[in-house]
Design a protein around this ligand. Structure first.
Ligand code: NA7
Length: 544
């Protein structure tokens, strides 16, 4: 990425009245801006970052990669864009995805309406004007008919709740805020806390650099080999010829990537057949492929156990030290119910002589000290510590600044017992506020690109409908919100997801209510529900 691209647009510029304020310049905010401009709406985007890309702007840790395949993780709204962009690998790296985001920003001249390095500090709905007032840390004060929250599902990072981080004399980093200039750990004693996706992607690279790497694991995760490779240009060209069909399959699928739905239960086939299916799934390097091996893996514990045990066996077959292998093999949650990962040589990394795994279930973290980390057993000395401790997912960024709706209701307070939304796209008493991939929508349980485009198109259609019908305000009814929120929970309860302590359940943040946050009804069926609501003149919303 070039320096000029990073330069922030002037903040505090003379924009004080627009049709829409969009918060976030990731893939959601970028497409929302483009779409609204095409429809003749005025919009301004704010982002705290100095460039576009959202999560791909911040998460620059070594090994950061998307684990949705490149051919699926890209915009589909413009066939020309789709045809001209070349992905180089099966799973794109963070730098390549960020290049793509910058390409899109340039191609559609998006930057002129994006205020970078500018954080929204408050938004409140002015009942008399029927508009939102939005303020920023750069002194902007904007009036907008609509407020579109394109803040991303995993963008408020989270540090562990242990004392002493401020006394550590070495350097420390969070994977979600990686220095742009990169970090070289060559020759260092390095500690990594956390074993989620970010850690699993970066640990093999850290291990090659550090003199010694110590990994502190609280919960082992299921990870499959990514089987990443350069994209075959001929295959990519062939796919481009049938991109419309490919995208249609994605939009009507369960998780937003084309994958046939399985018909069989894992429990109705022979052990040998099951083993062969899992082996094929494992070797394919596809999370969706593995989880859709059978139709009951995410709904039936006994079925799930068969897949979980298969992956545990694979872990045991890679990791040489049996005690380390057992510590790495997850047994406390069904496979898929915490975000499973894709890796490149993660488990084999523990066979290196310079890597140590500390099982925090046996010896919990006590504190960070001046020289390292202390567990209940002993102290470890480090030159650097990496916190790969995740995010306040799905709701963290929506309540990060004060949003005041009707009658002075604060979003934070309204959602104190868990988010309540209609379709995951709006919440009652916050009129004309839309959320892209909000809680109660497929969001993190889908290919985000597909879900982002679906929400942006739906929101843009709603705004167009309002304009054409002379309406000022759209607000979901409390009744429709209650029904949808209950439906999200009910569908979640038909699966094994609520049995795990995951960030899908809000369990990774102390004090956060335990609620199943995304919608698991499937990307295709969810789209149909949203379309029907629109067709019935925005059924479930009050339009005035
Ligand atoms: P994740 O998946 O939330 O992983 C965070 C990791 O950090 C996880 O292993 C946590 O263990 C661990 N953690 C968090 N707090 C602590 C404390 N206090 N002590 C020890 N260990 C801790 O975040 P990632 O950044 O890896 O991935 C985020 C998403 O990005 C990923 O799911 C993909 O969607 C892409 P825990 O499991 O809570 O016991």
């Amino acid at each position: 990425m070039t320096e000029t691209r990073e330069k922030p647009a002037p903040a505090g510029a003379a924009i004080d009245t627009v049709d829409a304020v969009i918060v976030g310049a990731g893939f959601a905010g970028m497409y929302m801006l483009h779409k609204l401009r095409q429809l003749g709406f005025t919009a301004v985007v704010y982002d705290a970052a100095a460039g576009v890309g959202g999560t791909w702007y911040w998460n620059r840790y070594p090994g950061a990669r998307c684990d949705v395949e490149s051919i699926n993780y890209s915009y589909s709204f413009d066939p020309d864009l789709e045809q001209e962009w070349e992905w180089s690998e099966r799973y794109a790296t963070q730098p390549e995805i960020l290049r793509y985001a910058n390409h899109v920003a340039d191609r559609y001249d998006l930057r002129r309406d994006i205020r970078f390095s500018t954080r929204v500090t408050a938004a409140s709905f002015d009942e008399s004007a029927q508009r939102w007032s939005i303020t920023t840390d750069q002194g902007d004060d904007v009036s907008a008919q609509y407020l579109v929250m394109a803040v991303g599902c995993l963008s408020t990072s989270k540090m562990p709740e242990i004392p002493g981080i401020d006394v550590f004399r070495g350097k420390w980093y969070h994977t979600g805020h990686w220095p742009h200039e990169g970090v070289d750990f060559t020759g260092q004693r390095l500690g990594v806390i956390g074993t989620g996706s970010s850690a699993i992607q970066s640990i093999p690279i850290f291990a090659q650099q550090a003199a010694h790497l110590t990994v502190f694991q609280r919960t082992p995760n299921f990870s499959l080999p990514a089987k990443n490779a350069p994209l075959d240009p001929d295959e990519f060209t062939a796919l481009k010829a049938r991109y419309p069909e490919h995208r249609h399959e994605a939009r009507t699928s369960a998780f937003g990537v084309p994958n046939p739905l399985p018909e069989k239960s894992a429990l109705e086939v022979s052990d040998a057949e099951r083993e062969a299916t899992y082996e094929a799934g494992f070797e394919k390097g596809s999370l969706v492929g593995m989880l859709l091996s059978y139709n009951d893996l995410i709904t039936d514990k006994a079925a799930n156990d068969t897949a979980a045990e298969y992956v545990r066996q694979r872990i045991r077959s890679i990791v040489e030290d049996p005690e380390v292998a057992e510590a790495l093999a997850p047994t406390d949650h069904p496979i898929g119910t915490k975000r499973p990962c894709l890796d490149t040589d993660y488990y084999a990394t523990y066979n290196r002589p310079n890597v140590t795994l500390v099982n925090l279930r046996k010896t919990p973290l006590v504190e960070v000290t001046e020289t390292g980390v202390r567990t209940s057993e002993r102290e470890y000395e480090f030159d650097s510590i990496v916190f790969a401790t995740g995010f306040d997912a799905m709701t963290g960024s929506l309540v990060a600044f004060d949003i005041k709706g009707r009658d002075g209701v604060m979003l934070k307070e309204k959602w104190a017992a868990g988010p309540r939304t209609y379709l995951g796209v709006a919440t009652a008493q916050f009129p004309n506020m839309f959320m892209i991939t909000g809680p109660g929508s497929p969001s993190v349980l889908s290919n985000m690109m597909i879900s982002i485009e679906q929400h942006v198109d739906w929101i843009a259609d709603a705004m167009t409908y309002m304009r054409e019908h002379g309406k000022q305000v759209i607000d979901p009814t409390l009744e429709s919100e209650d029904e949808w929120t209950e439906h999200v929970t009910e569908v979640g309860n038909t699966t094994l997801y609520p049995t795990a302590n995951s960030w899908y359940m809000g369990s990774n943040v102390a004090g956060k209510p335990r609620v199943f946050l995304p919608y698991i009804g499937g990307v295709g069926p969810y789209r149909e529900i949203c379309d029907q609501v629109a067709e019935k003149a925005y059924d479930g919303f009050d339009l005035t």
